[in-house]
Design a binder for this molecule. Sequence first.
Ligand code: C2O
Ligand code: CU
Ligand code: CU
Length: 566
Amino acid sequence: MNEPVDLKRRRLVQLTGLSAVAATFPQFLFAATATSPPHQASFDFHPDVDLELTARPAYFPILSGPRTNVWKFYGKLLKGPEGSVQEIPGSFLGPILRLKKGQKVRIRFHNEVPAESVVHWHGLHVPAEMDGHPKYAIKQGETFVYEFEIMNRAGPYWYHPHPHWVTARQVYSGLAGLMLVTDEEEQALNLPSGDYDVPIVLQDRTFDSRNQLSYSDHMMTRMRGFLGDQILINGQAGFTLPVATRAYRLRLLNGSNSRIYKLGWDDGTALTVIGNDGGLLQKPETRPYIMLAPGERVDLWVNFKGRQVGSELVMRSLPFTVSMHGGMMGGGGMMRGGERGGMMGGGMGGGMMRGGGRGGMGGGMTGRGGRGGMMEGGMMSGSAIPLGSDYPVLKVRILREESDDSALPQRLSSITRYRLKDAVNSEQPKTITLSMRRMSALLNGRSYKMNDVAPDEIMALNSLQLIEFDNGFEGGHGMMMMPHPMHIHGLQFQIVKRSIKPGFEKAYQSVSEGFVDEGWKDVALVMPGEKVTLLKRFDDFKGSFMYHCHNLEHEDLGMMRDFLVR
Ligand code: C2O
Ligand code: CU
Ligand code: CU
């Protein structure tokens, strides 16, 4: 009855018969198993912060009524400053790890879930063996001890599992948490802190009638990415943020498997951005709305001064169009073979929609309002709130009057821009083409394979590289096109430019003002027909570092590769 999703899937595997499953997903037969014993605590590493992080099944209250089976990270501080491990009350998310640049950190990861797992510190610059590569996955009952120094500047990083083929399912089950790093530069700014510095983790989930998480393995879902029926904030349903009439810092993380948000305030107030993936920008920037793809973070400065006590403000995801040249929706080929029933199931449940569907993923969906449109959109996307529709994300209620003297600093940090001419390949960018075919999502036509590094994936240690992600900009894009939030492990990169292919501009205009490409990034959303060019350094550590689509279903489908730094 009340099984976490991985157990459900196991049963599904049994019921279906292994051979049938293996024929559909041959990778199931090659589960990743660590070749060397898991890393243990070393005697010559003297941690400033020493903690335990245990992944365990939990039976957790999320909705009213029955509890929900989740997998949850539990933290315990063994040594280090008080507050280094901060639970979010009432949340299935892992504790917030509050760390400081320069600290030596030991994290004893105990795997107590019935599956292999490994933890990745998204955005942190750590040695390859400490980066949560799937080859270091440990079995249930085992412990892997991570030891590294925090080399990153202040910023909103996060942690989540990264095992082979099943990352999406494990994150969906609840395994994820924030890591907020601070440093002296940030502290000197006196930004809103304590209760006025609010973590906001956005995720979408679908619950069945018994309040259990439901997840679909259908190939259609895997190709498109899983979209849930309702938005959870910090693991909570029906979340309202109570605020006073003063300045706040909101740290948003999109921890969803595949959902892309176009965030804007419902009264049209512009957003003030002070930071993103890799920490503070040089100076505050404003945007009418912000695109936030899976894995991306944005640090907002919001002043509620002058607002009526008792009033509400809602951050919505605003409508946008994704052009889908290549015919994922048109041809209908993806929808055959028993997919329809499954897609219909989640269609109507969420109740968060305002005024029916506002256009789904494909051009064909746009403009069909009302109930019919919503049904169809729901069916096409498998969600009550289709990608690109208009729905509320975060409700803020002004609770009390309070004055503060915090002013928005006009200078936040200093960032030295990389120079194109300093790249070892400034004349010859490394191009990574993104493509999707039936049953696969590819990088340069390749699917993920452990210990399989192509010559163009070798990076010289301490080099600056010019890299471009090409999502159908130059040509061949496979059978369908989708947005891909591309992530590279290791040091953050700088985005140099975005180019859009003629013919794709119209859909692109619905998102193009929402990118925050200033500062340091580790995820870049690449829209259909777009090419994103960036500069990235591969410093300090040799070894395998992954790059992949952070649409977690795409990642598990094989849209991932390793760079070998040597
Ligand atoms: Cu957030 Cu390789 O992942
Ligand atoms: Cu990462
Ligand atoms: Cu993708």
